[in-house]
Design a protein around this ligand. Structure first.
Ligand SMILES: [Zn+2]
Length: 291
């Protein structure tokens, strides 16, 4: 009895509670398949020719499976709005700027820039909306800092005063980029829909030599534009002799993957080139005056 119990346990493989011997199906198993399909384009499918719909393609695969004596146990499909989307990326900065010091400096300069905004633009009552940012760097016929990149709300001259606190990643829905420049909301729309094919050329335009932005972040709101320009000025003008091997930012290659070829941009290199980045120079000149 003891011997028999032991045997049952070992055969069942399911523990002491199972005493009934398990039946094992000895017929040869038919191969089974899961059919998967990816729809890579937004093209409308046809009835009688390519591009076929995902269902048509899976039906055809299923018929193929039948001829191969394969059991189809499941079908699945996924729709990709853009084929092979790749996110934009930065390459390595020039070696003197590709280090921990510059990373810390970039973070600090950005946050100090926010403080400097209130300290300089609204010195008497920081934290209140009682000031006009459009006056920054404007004097006589000299246009203000924000005229190089913003038109503010349509039909109003200049930008509106931002809230005292900006939520992280805040997109300003009120102030608009200059006419002809892609709006961040449009780029966000395509990215939200995973449509980098349409986002890429618009994103690229923000990086062109004729554009005024120091970074994509600066396009989110006028305050971040001020802050990122402040940071850009600090990183591109930091003293070279203070730390051995470390120096100012000269180059930051950026690749925006578009079709058919990627866009290659480099804001710092353009900035230091002959007649490069004229509008960004106007803006950093403004910042240099209050650093
Ligand atoms: Zn910020």
């Amino acid at each position: 009895m003891t011997e028999r119990r032991k045997q049952q346990h070992v055969d069942s493989g399911s523990g002491w509670a199972e005493f009934r011997p398990r039946l094992i199906d000895t017929r040869e198993a038919r191969p089974r398949a899961i059919l998967a399909s990816v729809e890579p384009t937004r093209l409308r499918s046809n009835e009688d020719g390519p591009p076929w719909s995902v269902d048509d393609s899976l039906d055809e695969l299923a018929r193929l499976a039948v001829t191969g004596d394969i059991d189809v146990v499941r079908r699945m499909s996924q729709r990709l709005p853009a084929s092979n989307p790749q996110k934009p990326r930065h390459g390595h900065a020039n070696s003197e700027a590709e280090n921990f010091y510059m990373t810390i400096l970039a973070a600090l300069a950005h946050e100090v820039g926010h403080m400097r905004w209130f300290q300089y633009l609204n010195p008497s009552q920081p934290g209140t909306p009682n000031y006009d940012p459009n006056s920054f760097c404007a004097s006589g016929i000299q246009p203000g800092f924000f005229t190089y990149s913003w038109q503010g709300p349509q039909a109003q001259g200049g930008i509106t005063v931002p809230s005292s606190w900006l939520p992280f990643g805040y997109r300003d829905p009120t102030n608009l980029h200059l006419p002809g420049d892609p709006q961040t909301a449009t780029i966000d729309y395509y990215i939200r829909n995973n449509d980098l094919r349409n986002a890429a050329p618009l994103l690229d335009r923000l990086y062109l030599n004729g554009d005024p932005w120091p970074s994509f972040f600066s396009t989110l709101s006028p305050e971040e534009d001020f802050v990122e320009t402040y940071k850009f000025y600090v990183l591109t003008h930091v003293q070279d002799t203070k730390i051995v091997g470390a120096g100012h930012l000269k180059s930051l290659p950026t690749t925006i993957y578009g079709a058919p070829t990627p866009y290659n941009e480099n804001i710092p290199a353009d900035y230091f080139s002959n007649n490069g980045k004229p509008h960004l120079h106007n803006k950093t000149d403004c910042v240099a005056g209050i650093i």
